[in-house]
Design a protein around this ligand. Structure first.
Ligand code: ZN
Length: 138
């Protein structure tokens, strides 16, 4: 039988096959660390989303405008993070951070900024449903 080791301290584990840790203390420490790392990851993503939303709100106070992409980059916009995607019937793709969104204008390296519209799905679940069954753009 393969030797199992405690994932917290590396001590070989003896006893029941489903025993994962050498002690209650190690189980406690390990689970706490896992939870802490998860919270840090979630916190970092939330922070990036908040910052993106704040930048979009600042740049787009009236609900529709165009900016150069580099302006967003200089303000610290992180294009890797968005909450959801809205696809138009013509194949356009809008990336949203909550109620603020944008799409790339390919011809002139600008970004068109928008806000969530009434004709877009009302619920997040609708968006997820749409993204799941829509064929990808292009
Ligand atoms: Zn241990």
């Amino acid at each position: 039988m393969a030797t199992r080791e405690c994932p917290q301290c590396g001590t070989p584990i003896v006893g029941r096959i489903d025993k994962k840790f050498c002690s209650d203390q190690c189980r406690f420490l390990y689970n706490n660390r896992q939870k802490r790392e998860s919270e840090i990851t979630i916190g970092n993503v939330n922070q990036a989303l908040r910052k993106n939303r704040s930048i979009l709100k600042t740049l787009n106070p009236i609900g529709l405008t165009e900016v150069r992409r580099e302006v967003m980059v200089k303000m610290g916009y992180n294009f890797h993070f968005f909450t959801h995607v809205y696809r138009t019937q013509k194949g356009g793709v809008y990336y949203f951070c909550y109620e603020y969104g944008y799409t790339f204008v390919k011809e002139n390296d600008k970004v068109k900024l928008v806000t969530w519209q009434d004709y877009m799905p009302k619920e997040v679940s609708d968006v997820l449903y749409q993204n799941r069954f829509d064929s990808p753009a292009e």
